[in-house]
Design a protein around this ligand. Structure first.
Ligand code: FMN
Length: 164
């Protein structure tokens, strides 16, 4: 997971080749390769995705991280309550015409219907695959088993592949 903000800033300071290398190093054998970004600024995320698109097979956006840093910096699962920001991020990625697919990783919300609202939003903006973490964002960590029933229902309703 790379903070989009840091990658973009690094490339402004050091130029794209060196700027990318500070946060992202890979090898020719490391394929297929998905680069995951986090952030809440749509244009920064689209810019970051453009910087690495030729070096990977897909871009993934982290809407699942429940940690304190995600709360403080407003990314990961803390965006699940902000559908407008999610919409703007995926709209910006769609407009960026990346030529690689865009994926998203989410956590389940309180209800199936709330979770499906996010899934539908992601589908609307062309997301090709969604990873669903079967625990809620309220820092459930390992205190509860993953809710495999809700994942099964999401898989039945979604139009894109769902992995968990
Ligand atoms: C130390 C650590 C780092 C993680 N980093 C990422 C990450 O960068 N991106 C991501 O999507 N998930 C990340 N995860 C979440 C895992 O991919 C996975 O969803 C999670 O560990 C499985 O759920 P559980 O730990 O609640 O069983 C991380 C988890 C841990 C414990």
């Amino acid at each position: 997971m790379i903070r989009a903000k840091r990658l973009v800033a690094s490339c402004k300071i050091h130029g794209s080749e060196q700027g990318i290398r500070k946060y992202f190093v890979t090898t020719a054998e490391d394929r297929p390769l998905v680069v995951q970004f986090c952030g809440h600024n749509p244009s920064e995320i689209a810019e970051a995705a453009k910087l690495v698109r030729s070096m990977c097979d897909a871009i993934d956006i982290n809407l699942g991280c429940p940690q304190k840093c995600a709360k403080d910096e407003k990314f990961g699962s803390f965006l699940l309550d902000e559908p407008k920001i999610i919409e703007d991020i995926f709209k910006a990625l769609q407009s960026a015409n990346l030529s690689v697919p865009v994926f998203a990783k989410i956590r389940i919300s309180q209800t199936l219907s709330e979770t499906m609202n996010i899934v539908r939003l992601l589908e609307k903006y062309g997301v090709s695959l969604i990873t669903v973490h079967g625990r809620r964002k309220e820092r459930e960590f390992h205190t509860k088993p993953a809710d495999l029933d809700i994942i099964k229902q999401i898989k039945q309703l979604a139009t894109v592949p769902i992995i968990c």
